[in-house]
Design a protein around this ligand. Sequence first.
Ligand SMILES: [Zn+2]
Length: 139
Amino acid sequence: MEYKVKFKPVLQSFFKQHKVEYFHQFENQYFFSCFLCGERAKVDFDNTLWQCMTCEIKGNLIDLIKLVKDEPAPNRVKIYNPARERKRIKKKFGYLKTLEMDESIIKYVQKLEQEVNILLTYLIKEEKQNIADKRPEIF
Ligand SMILES: [Zn+2]
């Protein structure tokens, strides 16, 4: 019988222990900030293979463990998490709507919120397609 190691909980626990922020991107792929350059790196939670999309350093869980020791959490760059930012933007629009404003400004803000949402939906779809198209060889 073939035994398949479940790496997902191992990686989750590793990221949590070392205060590495990450977020889900596509299928089994997640993003975190590269320990060397701070840009986006992607990691496959099925096999722990990862690669920075900027400096192109790559490896597996063992290499991550070696690297994280050299770069303590406070020095690391926080990853830009689009889902979290979208929530923040939504909250800000919500706040704007609670303010007393002229009817014309309220309508303008509502229209702006709609346009932002349309743009975000478009960009997220594009991004997912790009990620799917640009799978590195290691995956
Ligand atoms: Zn990098």
